[in-house]
Design a binder for this molecule. Structure first.
Ligand code: FAD
Length: 520
């Protein structure tokens, strides 16, 4: 048989009220037996809270047998530490004929203290006056302690997670956010209001038309980059761990079920990445500077060979003529000329042997955006100091180009250095440098535009010849830069030209095929 303790307090009151008021002849014994079997303490009082009836559970909870309390006021249960306002609110409610539920600190017969959860319902007579109160209460000391413990453990976990310096979030199996910390909340603006965890997981484990498929074994230190239009890039190292918990819902009372949750941790590694990138650019700067040095040495020596080859050839020609004519007194002159020719050949051979060797580099598929980004990073300081405004317009997607990275970096740096030097020489008031990449038919086109004086039409072919320069006075090794550009481009089976339609300065257009027949 169901006992009254199985019902909610309001329902119990309804039942009792029904019995008290009923004229249906239900014997009071039935009522007493029913309430006595209840596991909650039930008492009925008069309108002044004097106890008229108490069930057996009342004794279990309070220690008072019914005969101890009959005729006494409920206040005998008070431990005298419940704040006055609680009682005042209680009595205000009751005097308005409304039920009241709350927690009071009670005292048992043995003097011990417990926390009582009490519901009092007024029972009115036909004239609407209070005649009885039904009080139902139970000892909730342990429940309260458990609630407090759970509450403080939750607060402790939340505080710890909140204070963690890395973005942390717990997601359910459907990847809905259940718990997150301050660092994670801060990411929302970076992800333009989208759920950061979803963006990251979609990008790392995307699946056609469904939720991302996060591996059951989780994942460790996967890098994720957030590119912000124009703003600095941010890098995150992301790790995910699945963990299980018993399903606490009533559904799994008889058949315990486990629920899976994903703990996602996103560590901002931008400073570390920036340092590594700075070191890489600095190493690249050194590499390019060394390349430039040996290149300029090669140019100087080649220049000297070129200059010396002329007189040596002339001496050789004179010597041949004298020998053929059978000069009257050739011996002395021929001897001198032979000596001069030998010395000249020796000097040429020495110069040839002192030419620095060309760096050996193997070809690999390259993204020209990365190559150009490197070159711009290396050139940033000199561009800034010359007051040049750089506009970098990379294509969002580019096919890979087979090529030699250092040779291509050196070549593009040469074009940028040339643009910078031209704008400086002409004292251009507006100094703009635009570097553009475009995906062209089966290849990549790179445009490098400046606002310098430009190159006159009649010189546009000559500038690619060795030792040709428009710089006056010609600087050290002048005239070899564009020859080098031409050489590198040709070796990559590409083309380079000066765009005749560009009038604001000079525009070099370089094209590389994504599938060249072969590159040298
Ligand atoms: P006070 O609140 O100062 O009141 C003095 C007396 O007047 C008490 O007899 C009080 O009951 C009565 N009284 C006060 N206001 C009114 C009013 N507006 N109308 C009618 N009578 C009023 N208290 C507990 O601490 N623990 C309990 O478990 C508990 N159970 C209760 C169960 C029922 C069914 C009822 C009706 C009340 C219960 N009370 C309980 C309240 C209790 O009656 C006292 O109000 C409370 O203990 C404060 O005690 P006090 O000596 O400071 O009395």
């Amino acid at each position: 048989m169901a006992s009254l303790g199985d019902y909610a307090p309001e329902r119990v009151v309804e039942v009792i009220e029904g019995i008290l008021k009923s004229g249906h002849g239900l014997p009071p014994r039935v009522f007493v037996e029913t309430t006595d079997q209840s596991s909650v303490a039930i008492s009925i009082t008069d309108a002044k809270a004097n106890i008229l009836y108490a069930n057996q559970a009342f004794q279990k909870v309070t220690g008072y047998a019914p005969e101890d309390v009959l005729g006494r006021n409920e206040s005998l249960l008070s431990f005298r530490t419940t704040p006055r306002e609680v009682y005042e609110r209680m009595w205000t409610n009751l005097s308005e004929h409304k039920p009241w539920t709350g927690r009071l600190i009670n005292r048992r017969k043995d003097g011990s203290r417990y926390l009582a959860e009490l519901t009092i319902s007024p029972i009115l007579d036909d004239a609407g006056e209070n005649i009885y109160f039904v009080g139902i209460h139970r000892d909730v000391t342990e429940v309260h302690q458990l609630q407090q413990q759970v509450g403080s453990q939750k607060a402790l976990i939340e505080t710890t997670i909140n204070l963690a310096p890395v973005a942390t979030v717990v997601l359910d199996g459907g990847l809905k956010v259940l718990l997150d910390n301050l660092e994670y909340k801060k990411l929302h603006s970076l992800f333009h209001g989208k759920e950061p965890a979803r963006v990251v997981l979609n990008s790392l484990f995307s699946r056609e038309g469904g939720l991302p498929e996060v591996p059951a074994s989780g994942f460790v230190e996967q890098e994720f980059v957030v590119e912000r239009g124009g703003g600095p890039v941010r890098w995150f190292s992301c790790s995910g761990t699945w963990f299980d918990e018993n399903d606490p819902s009533a559904d799994s009372f008889f058949e315990p079920r486990r629920r899976s949750y994903l703990l996602l941790v996103m560590e901002d590694i931008t400073p570390h990445k920036r340092r590594a990138e700075e070191q890489r650019i600095s190493a690249l700067r050194t590499l390019l500077a060394e390349g430039e040095l040996s290149q300029s040495l090669r140019e100087t020596i080649n220049g000297a060979i070129y200059q010396l080859q002329g007189p040596v050839n002339m001496i050789e020609a004179a010597l041949n003529m004298l020998t053929r004519r059978g000069s009257k007194d050739p011996s002395a002159l021929i001897g001198v000329l032979r000596e001069a020719h030998r010395a000249g050949e020796e000097a040429l051979a020495r110069l040839q042997s002192s030419l620095p060797s060309e760096p050996q580099e193997s070809a690999a598929p390259l993204n020209l955006n990365e190559i150009l980004r490197d070159v711009l990073s290396v050139s940033t300081a000199s561009l800034l100091s010359a007051g040049v405004a750089v506009e970098w317009r990379p294509a969002s997607v580019l096919p890979a180009i087979p090529g030699r990275a250092t040779a291509l970096r050196t070549m593009f740096k040469q074009l940028i250095d040339n643009a910078l030097a031209a704008m400086r020489r002409a004292r251009s008031p507006v100094r703009d440098l635009r570097v553009i990449t475009e995906a062209a038919a089966d290849g990549v086109r790179v445009l490098i535009e400046d606002t310098g004086p430009g190159i006159p039409e009649e010189l546009r072919h000559k500038v690619f010849e060795p030792f040709f320069t428009t710089a006056r006075p010609a600087g050290r090794n002048a005239g070899m830069g564009l020859a080098l550009v031409q050489e590198v481009v040709t070796r990559h089976a590409g083309t380079v030209r000066i765009d005749p339609s560009y009038e604001q300065g000079c525009r070099f257009e370089v094209f590389f095929s994504a599938n060249p027949r072969e590159i040298e």
